[in-house]
Design a protein around this ligand. Structure first.
Ligand code: SF4
Length: 326
């Protein structure tokens, strides 16, 4: 039987689709992976089963198009149905079929699932529930000859009781590790900060030194900066820390609220990364201003007057801004 797997969004290898592929290959089926709207290519193809995965809510229109082409498709993922599980569709395999992603060289997985906290804007508590152990580092790593590079999808690495064992495995095994979903700075104890500083933490391409965390509400300022200061105290450079900032979520939030968090993080030396909860032109423009580092040289008043477009910045009145366009 031919099986079509569709990764509707997301740039990382999709674990659910890798497990589905493993299940079907064990049955002798042939699996084919496509991305985005590529399911509309080759509509004459015949598939015995079709699966889709959508991580982001903004992908829902594409899910609707998928159902119009394959009405019996099985679709899951947090962007479509938070409660869906692949087990409920008969997929029991825990193995990951890496052959779907032939150029991907890292090893991907979870050491734990769930989260201790319940942030109101987050689907993790509903989808994953309470914290539980998942896999050890050596159960995630594919083994030689694959590089010792781990892409961890844990949402609360330090929430698991046995995190010290996992850190020891990473450190003693000389792994590079990307804590891709971020670590929670709000409850980062001294020992945990020291542990992070002791491992080779990386971005998801394993190229740059990077730790990801978040500052989602101004009310958390004291806890967030206590965590950031602990990281720096133990040797993490502020420039290694990328701080996601939820914007446009809290009722009554103003530009001043967003800008306060941005400036605090810039002053600290970290890398702010705004994440709009709703994609209004102003919030997306704020995101672009900060992620592109235009905020370091262009005042917000100038940026908003340019309608958040770098190519509108230079003008005979402000020739000093023209280099930003190059
Ligand atoms: S700490 Fe992170 S993963 Fe946990 S509930 Fe909050 S946003 Fe979600």
């Amino acid at each position: 039987m031919r099986v079509l797997l569709i990764q509707l969004d997301g740039k990382l290898p999709n674990i659910a689709l890798m497990r589905i592929a493993s299940h079907h290959r064990q049955l002798g089926d042939r699996c084919e992976l496509r991305f985005g709207a590529q399911f509309e290519v080759g509509l004459w193809d015949e598939f015995g089963a079709v699966y889709g995965s959508a991580i982001f809510i903004k992908t829902r229109p594409l899910v609707a198009r998928l159902f119009s082409v394959y009405p019996r498709a099985v679709v899951g993922g947090t962007g479509y149905d938070v409660r869906s599980t692949i087990e409920s569709h008969g997929i029991k395999s825990r193995d990951l079929d890496y052959s779907l992603y032939p150029v991907f060289r890292q090893s991907i997985g979870f050491t734990q699932r769930g989260c201790r906290l319940r942030c109101p804007f987050c689907v993790v508590p509903e989808k994953e529930g309470r914290v539980r152990q998942e896999r050890t580092v050596y159960e995630i790593w594919r083994g030689d000859p694959w590089p010792r590079e781990l892409l961890l999808l844990d949402n609360d690495f330090f929430g698991q009781p046995r995190w010290r064992d996992r850190i020891r495995e990473i450190r003693d095994g000389r792994f590079k590790v990307s804590f891709n979903q971020g670590i929670n700075c709000r409850c980062l104890a001294e020992e945990a900060a020291e542990a992070i500083a002791s491992v080779d933490y990386r971005d998801d391409s394993m190229q740059a030194k990077r730790i990801y965390t978040a500052w989602d509400s101004k009310a958390d300022e004291a806890q967030v900066f206590a965590g950031l200061n602990r990281l720096v105290k133990h040797g993490v450079k502020p420039d290694h820390i990328m701080v996601y900032m939820l914007i446009g979520y809290w009722p009554g939030e103003t530009h001043g609220d967003r800008d306060y968090r941005r400036q605090r993080l810039r002053d600290f030396g970290a890398r702010p990364y705004p994440m709009p909860y709703v994609r209004t032109p102003e919030l997306v423009g704020f995101q672009r201003w900060v992620v592109g580092a235009y905020d370091k040289r262009v005042p917000w008043s100038e940026w908003s007057a340019s309608k958040f477009e770098p190519r509108r910045l230079g003008s005979p009145q402000r020739p000093e801004l023209l280099p930003l366009l190059q």
